[in-house]
Design a protein around this ligand. Structure first.
Ligand code: GLN
Length: 267
């Protein structure tokens, strides 16, 4: 009998797109896959690599500043002798086939329709999220606490996400994308409508660095479940792990964000 293939995880542009510990998300995914007893294979994808992203179950895409985003945009448009599609088309097909994708900040912005920088430069996005981003003159920086949206977790109590944001881009969502979470502390997508992040099918975008997944283990497992669903073709529920340490880190991040907010309000 053929041996079952491992879960395939791609880390997109690990050297270019890696801000504020984004790489820690991949470390957290690896550790949790090990703890869950799920064999996996991890592949880093650099610009120009001729890799078919549809052969993966989970794709992680970290944050980067405008300069790195520009280089990634060039790679999206590259044509590879070995592939009949551009990278952009390849990622679009992966998204349409239900590959789980998590993108943070600069990566998130490039999954939408476009990112227009504060200087007016247009970067076309992959359009796998119904969202667009306009650069602003002031950066949105600080700790974030956000509650999972009812679209993601239908029944209360809904889990929270904690992280750190630092972006000039303001992201707005169209009707096909749902917010990932509702901001309790921080700015989130745009500092105006109270939303943080977005999801559409199994494509997830967020402004939360920090890194995100080590301190939000419920969300890491949700992604792994989506990846397993892509691999097996059916819904899989993971067994809970002993996440006492992760829960402490999560609670400490909430307490820290609340304390700083209180201090700012008094100043
Ligand atoms: N260049 C983008 C912005 O400032 C993304 C920054 C990031 O990934 N932290 O909006």
């Amino acid at each position: 009998m053929a041996e079952e293939r491992p879960l395939r995880v791609a880390h997109l542009y690990p050297d270019l797109m890696n801000l504020y510990g984004d790489r820690g998300n991949v470390i957290a995914l690896r550790r949790r896959l090990e703890w869950h007893g799920i064999p996996y294979e991890l592949v880093g994808v650099a610009p120009g690599d001729a890799v078919d992203l549809r052969s993966f179950d989970l794709i992680f895409f970290g944050g980067g500043q405008d300069r790195e985003q520009r280089l990634v945009c060039q790679d999206f448009g590259c044509r590879f002798p070995a592939l009949s599609q551009t990278r952009a088309e390849n990622i679009r097909r992966a998204a349409a086939e239900g590959v789980a994708i998590l993108a943070v900040c600069g990566g998130y912005q490039l999954l939408g329709r476009y990112y227009r920088t504060a200087e007016g430069e247009m970067m076309p996005g992959l359009e796998v999220l119904d969202a667009w981003t306009e650069g602003g003159s002031e950066r949105l920086i600080g700790d974030v606490v956000a509650e999972a949206s009812p679209a993601l977790v239908p029944t209360a109590p809904r889990p929270t996400l904690v992280g750190f944001e630092n972006h000039s881009g303001r992201t707005f969502l169209g009707p096909k994308a749902a917010p990932l979470a509702r901001v309790l502390v921080g700015a989130g997508n745009n500092g105006q409508d109270g939303t943080e992040g977005a999801f559409q099918g199994s494509v997830f975008g967020t402004y939360l660095h920090g890194s995100l997944l080590p301190k939000n283990p419920w969300f890491a497992d949700l992604l792994i479940e989506r990846a397993l669903a892509h691999k097996t073709g059916s819904m899989v529920r993971l067994q809970p792990l002993d996440d006492r340490l992760e829960a402490q880190a999560h609670e400490a991040a909430i307490a820290n964000a609340m304390r700083k907010r209180g201090r700012a309000a008094r100043a």
